[in-house]
Design a protein around this ligand. Structure first.
Ligand code: NAD
Length: 475
């Protein structure tokens, strides 16, 4: 099927002939192709998003919410089809894909409700005849760029947030995983989203961002991806004075104090680290463990890493799938080799697994010196660093050493310690004594080089709204 683009209410194969290969990362086989949008297709999407903008902004929040609720129901009905497509094209185990696809309906429903709560305010004026009010209005057409690691999870937040706020949107979904994105778009279309309000494109990412961001039609950019690309798009957006939400990389610290239940925390840590083969922006990367429990934590963590069943995500019992790209294998290899050169200890893994597909062994490095590349760069793969600390201020200082600030995790039964971590760690999100990130109703986003703005929570819809101040004289 080549009609992968959705522009102005029509599925289309676009105006060009360029296609990208869609690969099953568990086998390395090409399983499909995706149409690339050309400049003419992007211009058609811009014209459609522009033409539909005023009508959608004027559609009442109640009517938008009703459409989104139907879209949520459709997404729930299509969850299994989306999950199967995610696993086939991205590689994660079906159980994880089902959780991701299964939550799409919740994200859409949350935003449907939020649409009806986009309250403005009345500001007391200095004269009795004057009424001062602030209305929240949709910012206008959005260009959204979502990545391949959560091909539904990242896309649905941008779509639902923009549409709930009354913005039209052109979404560039990941070329690696087109099928689930197309199913999700159809859920909105079947719910009654008018033509032009929602547009889906694929193509050469740099071409698409270079075309859409400078266009005067586009008023807001939402990007999820790497720090270097975020910087690039941020510069382009700044040149054209466009608002941005940037959800970029992370290098999350996972601090385990000596009063925590080391073995139990190790199992949770391993589950979080190796979820989606480590290709998660909020994945814990630096496990910082207090001396007294370091041995117990490490033994349990390594045992779990060794026991993980690797395989095709579609196969029963698979606990970790392949990396999404062949290029990520080279990166894993390079990071491990460099860490070992710098004096780190390899406790398990460290190599490609098998020679079919893009599997990399769950890997644990210990005592990794600060000079190692992996202590600065986000691995975005199944590599954990386990380093020790003596006292909590030292661990907090290490947590804050890097320019990243997306997610952080802390484990202790002492409230003085959990308080110190919650207050002291520079991060957009902090999860204490459990994993509690990424629900539709909670903000998701980072600080420092991890970006700015939130997706999810009440903050999520605000990023698609702009205040209009009205001062009215009733003399
Ligand atoms: P990459 O930097 O080439 O691409 C990252 C994402 O940005 C991809 O989805 C890609 O399609 C998109 N992209 C790249 N150049 C673009 C451009 N000029 N304009 C618009 N979009 C563009 O890296 P990659 O190899 O695909 O992924 C690995 C890195 O990406 C990781 O190191 C990780 O930091 C980052 N990443 C982060 C997230 C996240 O959730 N924050 C998700 C996926 C990837």
């Amino acid at each position: 099927m080549t009609d992968n683009l959705y522009i102005n209410g029509q599925w289309t194969s676009g105006s060009g002939t360029r296609r990208g290969a869609v690969i099953n990362p568990a086998t390395g086989e090409t399983i499909g192709a995706v149409t690339f949008a050309e400049a003419a297709d992007l211009d058609a999407a811009l014209a459609a998003a522009n033409a539909a903008s005023a009508g959608w902004a004027r559609t009442s929040a109640y009517d938008r919410a009703a459409i989104l609720k139907r879209a949520a129901a459709n997404a729930r009905a299509q969850a299994e089809a989306m999950a199967q497509a995610i696993t086939r094209e991205q590689g994660k185990p079906l159980s994880e894909a089902r959780m991701e696809a299964g939550s799409a309906g919740d994200h859409i429903e949350w935003y449907a409700e939020e649409a009806r709560r986009t309250y403005g305010r009345v500001i007391p004026s200095r004269q009795p005849e004057v009424m001062q009010s602030v209305m929240l209005e949709p910012v206008g057409p959005v260009a959204a760029f979502s990545p391949w690691n959560f091909p539904i999870g990242q896309l649905v937040r941008k779509l639902a947030g923009a549409l709930a706020a009354g913005c039209t949107i052109i979404a560039k979904a990941p070329e690696e995983t087109p099928t689930c994105a197309m199913i999700l778009i159809q859920c909105f279309v079947d719910a009654g989203v008018p033509a032009g309000v929602l547009n889906l494109v694929f193509g050469v990412p740099a071409e698409i961002s270079a075309h859409l961001i400078p266009s005067p039609v586009i008023r807001k950019i939402s990007f999820t991806g790497s720090v270097p690309v975020g910087r690039l798009l941020g510069e382009l957006a700044a040149r054209h004075l466009k608002r941005t939400t940037m959800e970029l990389g992370g290098h999350a610290p996972f601090i385990v104090c000596d009063d925590a239940e080391a073995e139990k925390v190790a199992l949770l840590g391993a589950a979080l680290k190796f979820r989606n083969a480590g290709q998660v922006c909020a994945s814990p990367t630096r496990f910082l463990v207090q001396d007294a429990v370091a041995e117990r934590f490490t033994t349990a963590f390594v045992a779990r890493a060794r026991a993980l069943r690797l395989g095709d995500g579609a196969a029963e019992g698979t606990e970790m799938g392949p990396l999404a790209h062949a290029r990520r294998l080279d990166m894993m290899q390079a990071l491990v080799a460099d860490a070992l050169d710098q004096g780190a200890r390899l406790l398990t893994g460290g190599a490609r697994h098998g020679n079919t597909g893009f599997f990399f062994e769950p890997t644990v490095l210990a005592d990794v010196p600060l000079s190692a590349r992996i202590m600065q760069e986000e691995p975005f793969g199944p590599i954990a660093i386990v380093n020790r600390f003596a006292d909590l201020p030292e661990a907090i200082a290490e947590a804050n050493r890097l320019p990243y600030g997306l997610a952080a995790f802390g484990f202790s039964t002492r409230t003085d310690r959990t308080h110190a971590m919650a207050r002291g760690i520079e991060t957009g999100m902090m999860s204490i004594n459990h994993f509690g990130l990424a629900a539709p109703e909670t903000p998701f986003g980072g600080i420092k080089d991890s970006g700015h703005g939130s997706e999810g929570g009440s903050e999520g819809i605000l990023s698609y709204l702009t205040p209009k101040f009205v001062s009215q004289f009733n003399g």
